[in-house]
Design a protein around this ligand. Structure first.
Ligand SMILES: C[S@@+](CC[C@H](N)C(=O)[O-])C[C@H]1O[C@@H](n2cnc3c(N)ncnc32)[C@H](O)[C@@H]1O
Length: 259
């Protein structure tokens, strides 16, 4: 059973596409002149839908039936039940690929990149991802310390990912840091950088895979400690300055091959 069949039951409620992320994605893709895009690890299709609404044809690849069942149907989106490392798509069936916060889930990422290269015939690859070197400086890890080891063992360092993509795709890679807005609508792991209360909401945590990996004890302790710090003003004293910022570089970035 795919992981997201278990943890993704309410994903579409909290993981809505963010317009700032979508705008940047569309801007990057524009340079590739692509018209058919493979969205690998498409989830509930929130970004696939934006591409479809902007005139692209989308091949949305997603192994979890639970995730696919929450997708909003669109005639330009074809859903494919498949894994990144053995894509059931013909050679050159797409012009470009997007991978939105899914790369770290691919079991054999080199094989996935080779598959993507085959399916797009060397077309553009756009990845939205997280820099694991930033995790230690994120205040949330003070409450949930095992996030550090989890993230560091799950996400590839930027330099490593860059060199893997450059060698397999045989194209230079650009990196664009993406500071998160303070009102992000896609509630992924760092969504509450300035809104700590969000992590007390069970439905928000359910859409964040890191929370599914920690022990019940760590979860309980972290939540009660965060709740207490919010009530007593300790959180505000230490991190309240973040509430004044409109955006913040928590470690997210786009990585994409040049066209
Ligand atoms: C964090 S979600 C991101 C979903 C979507 N891209 C988004 O931004 O909302 C990661 C997705 O990757 C999918 N996934 C996990 N392993 C995969 C694999 N080996 N190949 C393709 N997709 C995979 C999961 O089922 C899940 O839907």
């Amino acid at each position: 059973m795919a992981l997201y069949d278990t943890i993704g039951k309410t994903y579409a409620q909290t993981r809505r596409s963010d317009p700032r992320i979508a705008t940047k994605l569309l801007e990057i893709l524009q340079s590739s002149q692509a018209s058919t895009i493979a969205d690998i690890g498409a989830g509930t299709g929130s970004y696939a839908l934006i591409l479809a609404e902007h005139g692209y044809r989308v091949l949305a690849v997603e192994p979890s039936a639970t995730m696919r069942s929450q997708a909003i149907a669109h005639p330009a989106i074809q859903w494919i039940d498949s894994y990144a490392d053995r894509l059931s798509l013909p050679n050159k069936s797409a012009h470009a690929t997007i991978i939105m916060l899914a790369f770290h889930h691919f079991q054999n990422y080199r094989q996935a990149l080779q598959e993507i290269h085959r399916v797009t015939g060397g077309g553009q690859v756009v990845i939205f991802n997280y820099d694991p070197e930033m995790i230690e400086s994120f205040w949330l890890t003070q409450y949930f310390p095992s996030f550090v080891a989890d993230v560091q063992s799950t996400f590839l360092p930027i330099a490593k990912l860059k060199s893997e993509i450059e060698s397999i795709m045989d194209a230079p890679v650009n990196i664009l840091p993406f500071p998160l807005p303070n009102d992000l609508s896609d509630s992924f792991a760092a969504v509450g950088w300035a809104r700590p209360e969000l992590y007390l909401d069970n439905s928000v945590r359910n859409g964040i895979s890191s929370f599914s990996k920690i022990t019940d004890d760590e979860l309980e302790q972290g939540l009660s400690s965060l709740e207490r710090d919010l009530e007593t003003g300790v959180w505000n004293h230490k991190y309240g300055y973040l509430r004044q910022q409109r955006q913040y570089d928590v470690g997210y970035y786009f990585m994409y091959t040049a066209t």
